[in-house]
Ligand binder design. Structure first.
Ligand code: ADP
Length: 261
């Protein structure tokens, strides 16, 4: 338990540090992007410096995307939670996920009917799913199957998973499983730390899963990983079931409310 506590504290410290740097860095990037945009306005495509300016702009955009991931990890990103169905979010991403998976990897989806709603930020959860699928693909260079599934989990079942820190109530479960390389325990232990990566320089930043972790925590959820070297990896995310009250239930618009010409 002490070890778990020390780990949580370390993650928090890294998060604070990373969040602080990212925040200041973001201000610098805003200036670079704005200045380059201004310069680009005064250059034509054929000008000698046009390509260089474009390169600066692309690099600044890439840096901005890294900064966004860091901000998400340190929970400094503003989130706009809405009541939503994760089945819908994932179904809408089908083409994107297929493209990420590539030709060698089979993508399967299993969704329970009548999935309970959760309170989450759509954009953030798109990033979560994208990251998990990207990692799964990277773990299967010779091909395999990625399974993305969602289902309702009653409190009693969630408890039977054996995770000690779960709160009360029912959950929605999102699972991303692959039959790729898997990870040894010493890797699995560190994957949520920012900048932890086993990928070559240029291939991985080590920010993906720390961002995923930050988003799940910010949404009052839990994330767990189960991995067997040589057999594959399963990520499980539990998000609290949202029970709509009048304030959060979507307003139904009746035809009468729409003014007719
Ligand atoms: P990155 O993908 O840039 O390395 P992540 O934070 O997304 O950063 O992942 C950290 C590390 O976790 C990866 O480098 C890899 O070693 C490990 N990992 C993540 N997902 C999987 C997976 N599905 N199978 C095997 N290893 C994984």
């Amino acid at each position: 338990l002490e070890e778990q506590f020390a780990k949580a504290q370390r993650m928090q410290a890294i998060g604070n540090l990373a969040g602080g740097i990212a925040h200041d860095f973001n201000n610098v990037l805003t200036i670079i992007t704005a200045s380059v945009d201004f310069l680009l306005l005064n250059h034509r495509t054929g000008d000698p410096s046009f390509q260089d300016l474009l390169l600066i702009k692309q690099s600044a955009n890439r840096a901005a995307s890294l900064v966004r991931q860091l901000l998400a990890y340190s929970r400094r990103q503003t989130m706009r939670p809405k009541m939503l169905s994760l089945t819908d979010v994932i179904a809408d991403m089908h083409l994107l996920l297929k493209r990420i998976s590539g030709d060698l990897v089979k993508l399967e989806r299993h969704h329970a009917r009548d999935l309970w709603p959760v309170m989450a930020d759509i954009g953030q959860f798109e990033q979560v799913i994208t990251n998990l699928v990207q990692n799964a693909r990277d773990a299967m260079p010779e091909g395999g199957t990625i399974t993305v599934s969602t289902r309702n989990v009653l409190e009693a079942e969630a408890r039977s998973f054996g995770y000690s820190e779960l709160q009360e109530g029912d959950f929605v479960l999102v699972e991303v499983a692959d039959n790729g390389t898997g990870m040894p325990p010493e890797v699995a232990e560190r994957i949520f730390e920012p900048f932890f990566t086993t990928k070559e320089i240029g291939k991985g930043t080590g920010l993906g899963l720390s961002m995923v972790y930050g988003i799940v925590k910010q949404s009052n959820g839990f994330i767990f990983v189960e991995s067997v070297p040589g057999a594959g990896t399963t990520f499980r995310i539990l998000l609290p079931r949202h029970i709509p009250t009048e304030a959060t239930a979507p307003k139904t618009e009746t035809a009468a409310a729409i003014p007719s010409e």
